[in-house]
Design a protein around this ligand. Structure first.
Ligand SMILES: [Zn+2]
Length: 510
């Protein structure tokens, strides 16, 4: 308290002096009567030569003798009291415990015996802390292969690992790792507890921090937040994906969905194979050819492929062919995704609109101008402020209006509970469309009819690609981040990282 106050850097020189004087007085307080008595006794002895009577006897009889006899017990009493007094005083002026920097870092780095921090160096200018760690003498370490204790053979050169920042100072751990001489495996370098074999110059905690940051933002954001370079951040992502795949159990999902996603702005596609139940991307392959999907099926045996119960997909012939070639009983397992089916019809609506708009414009009628998205959206998604406008155009007996009504009524098809009624509904709808004299709509209806068997399988499996809706928004996010990606391999890795449901974090092997 008083002590620590006296040595605080904020205390000025004069204050410190007075505090130290107070401390000295307090410390010597028990001695003061002792000193006084001793001085009195000396004075009594010296009184004789100074005494005018010159007589010893008169001195003893008058006052010196009783006082000098009383002095002994008083001295003794003070000696007795001195020790507890000092203890109390010591308690009152105790110093705050001082933590050594090396002990602090041993604790912060979660180092356990035999490892400890040996030296800590702060570089204020570079905002950097370096910690050197060492192990106790005569320790035996585990052989990384057989996990048996073996004597140390020698030490490798000093290595450096980036650790979590300390108060915004980049923190690096340095150590010379011992190499053990295992009787079975020969000379092997040990794996330290703070890092893994695949964390490349990062401690486990720092690698995990970069992974967490990558999950929240794109690579350039991670670079800014963690003060790392592009290749360093990207390296963490790549290693995390590799780690995830190494740990991933071999299994084939029960419900699959196959979807194509455009990569970048050019018409380059990737085929994404997703697990419907887990909402994860299982596989990403280039293009949307038959071989693309076959590459996924080829990993599995025939028995494993039998475990697939349903595959939701677009009415895309290469996917159909690949599934029929590999999945036993594919005919009853393929389900054409309802959103893709409606999209085919929506596309026809748009063709009708374009043609009609062109014809109207030639006559100076601008009714359809700026209405494209109203016809393409689902009825319930039309913004409130445009509903009135839309209802007016719809009521003006346009071909586009009729086509739109056909598209909207098709959506009802999937709400049936019994396939029999759904099929009857489709037939009525088909009759209506094919008698509408709207060529694009007739074409779309014929496409649907040709694929009806596998549109009807929906009522058996009730799956669509939208089950993984959360997944789609995640993929969209990755695509938006993809502007920073230099090639499609990077894009694929980012999809696995964000949507693969993989176990990405490094773990200590010791
Ligand atoms: Zn071994």
């Amino acid at each position: 308290m008083l002590w620590s106050k006296a040595f605080q850097p904020s205390v000025t020189g004069n204050e410190r002096q007075s505090l130290i004087t107070k401390l000295v007085i307090l410390w010597n307080l028990p001695r003061l009567p002792l000193i006084w008595i001793l001085l009195r006794r000396l004075h009594n002895r010296l009184e004789f030569p100074w005494n005018s009577t010159g007589s010893w006897k008169s001195l003893r009889d008058s006052h010196s003798l009783p006082r000098s006899y009383w002095g002994y017990p008083i001295v003794f009493m003070f000696l007795l009291l001195n020790s507890p007094y000092r203890t109390i005083l010591r308690f009152l002026i105790r110093k705050e415990p001082v933590v050594k920097d090396t002990d602090l870092y041993t604790a912060l780095l979660h180092l356990r015996h035999p490892w400890r921090a040996r030296e800590v160096k702060l570089d204020r200018a570079a905002n950097r802390i370096d910690v050197w760690i060492e192990h106790a003498e005569g320790t035996r370490f585990l052989c990384p292969e057989c996990r048996k204790a073996a004597p140390i053979y020698d030490h490798a050169d000093e290595r450096e690992w980036r650790h979590l920042d300390t108060c915004d100072c980049e923190t690096y751990v340095h150590a010379r790792l011992p190499r053990v001489n295992c009787p079975r495996h020969g000379v092997r370098q040990i794996i330290p507890s703070w890092s893994g074999t695949d964390t490349s110059g990062h401690t486990l905690q720092f690698e995990a921090l970069v992974i967490d940051t990558l999950k929240e933002c794109d690579v350039s954001g991670t670079m800014r937040l963690t003060h790392t370079g592009w290749s360093e951040s990207w390296g963490v992502l790549e290693r995390a994906v590799a780690r995830g795949f190494a740990r991933k159990e071999r299994r084939i999902p029960r419900l699959l969905s196959v979807d194509e996603k455009a990569f970048a702005k050019r018409h380059r596609y990737e085929t994404l194979i997703c697990d419907q139940e887990r909402g994860t991307v299982e596989h990403v392959v280039n293009d949307r050819r038959q071989e693309s999907l076959e590459a996924y099926y080829q990993q599995f045996t025939n028995e494993e492929l039998e475990g697939i119960e349903a595959v939701a997909m677009d009415m895309w012939d290469p996917y159909i062919a690949a599934t029929k070639a590999y999945v036993p009983g594919a005919d009853s397992k393929i389900v054409f995704d309802k959103f893709h089916v409606v999209r085919t019809v929506t596309h026809a609506v748009d063709q009708v609109r374009r043609k009609e708009h062109k014809a109207l414009k030639a006559k100076g009628d601008e009714r359809l101008k700026g209405t494209k998205h109203l016809w393409l959206a689902n009825k319930e998604n039309i913004p409130g402020w445009r509903k009135a406008e839309f209802n007016v155009i719809r009521g003006t007996n346009l071909k586009t209006g009729r086509a739109w009504a056909m598209k909207e009524s098709l959506r009802k098809f999937w709400s049936y509970r019994y396939p029999r009624y759904a099929e009857a509904y489709f037939r009525r709808w088909y009759y209506w469309v094919t008698h509408s004299r709207l060529t694009p709509m007739i074409k779309a209806a014929k496409t649907l009819k040709a694929h009806l068997a596998n549109i009807m399988t929906y009522f058996k499996h009730r799956i669509s690609n939208a089950v993984a809706e959360g997944l789609n928004s995640k993929i969209q996010m990755v695509k938006e981040m993809a502007c920073g990606f230099r090639n499609r391999e990077h894009y694929k890795k980012a999809i696995y990282f964000h949507c693969g449901g993989l176990d990405l974090y490094p773990r200590s092997t010791t």
